[in-house]
Design a protein around this ligand. Structure first.
Ligand code: SAM
Length: 198
């Protein structure tokens, strides 16, 4: 059982691309209530049974895994997951993430961030693309060469432009719509593999 149905989308994408690997650094943007972080935690830290509180003393038990979950909403503790509450588009929130990284490069950046829906598709699309841009900008600063980037977007006029931008930065960029996404929904994911670090 997972806190959110969206967990099944991540499980599906990981079955296809196998990018959640033990010993990695993960950043989960827009993580509340925590379904995706649960998927990562259970896969890379199946034995881990303490919460973020004890993280310093238990670093050896983390086996090189570092999982950081960010959301403006609170997230109940998840084994081995560091939670940061804040708006990811704020520099101060990104700074907190960087502090936790302690100079480590990131293997996987995920963004399931979605705007509060206004009901007007164009506005929601534009806000969604802004969230994509924000996570990509951050990814470009911390992702390791060969790293993975996955982000949700609401389809609309400017997603092609964003996709073309991604294609200049990653070896492979796929538009994915997992089965677990409702048929009518206009959301999609860009699954980007092989970051070409400059
Ligand atoms: N992947 C999550 C899971 O499995 O539990 C579900 C994520 S939910 C679809 C989208 C989340 O994005 C919401 O919790 C929302 O608060 C968050 N969000 C939207 N904009 C954000 C922002 N600027 N900064 C941080 N979180 C944001």
């Amino acid at each position: 059982n997972y806190r959110a149905r969206s967990a099944f989308k991540l499980l599906e994408l990981d079955r296809k691309y196998n990018f959640i690997k033990p010993g990695s650094v993960f950043i989960d943007c827009g993580a509340a209530p925590g379904g995706w972080s649960q998927v990562i935690s259970r896969k890379v830290l199946p034995e881990f049974d303490i919460t973020t509180e004890g993280i310093k003393d238990f670093e050896t038990k983390l086996n090189g895994n570092l999982i950081i979950a960010v959301d403006s909403l609170p997230i109940e503790p998840i084994p081995g997951v560091n939670v940061i509450q804040g708006d990811f588009t704020d520099i101060s929130t990104q700074q907190k993430v960087k502090e936790l990284l302690k100079e480590r490069e990131v293997d996987v950046i995920l963004s399931d961030m979605a705007p509060n829906f206004s009901g007007q598709h164009f506005i929601d699309h534009v806000k969604s693309m802004e969230l994509c841009e924000s996570s990509l900008n951050f990814a470009e600063r911390v992702l390791k060469s060969g790293g993975t980037f996955l982000c949700k977007f609401l389809m609309g006029e400017s997603d092609l432009e964003f996709r073309n931008n991604l294609k200049t930065k990653f070896d492979s960029v796929r538009h994915e719509k997992p089965q677990a996404v409702r048929k009518k929904s206009s959301e999609g994911y860009f699954m980007c593999l092989g970051y070409k670090k400059k």
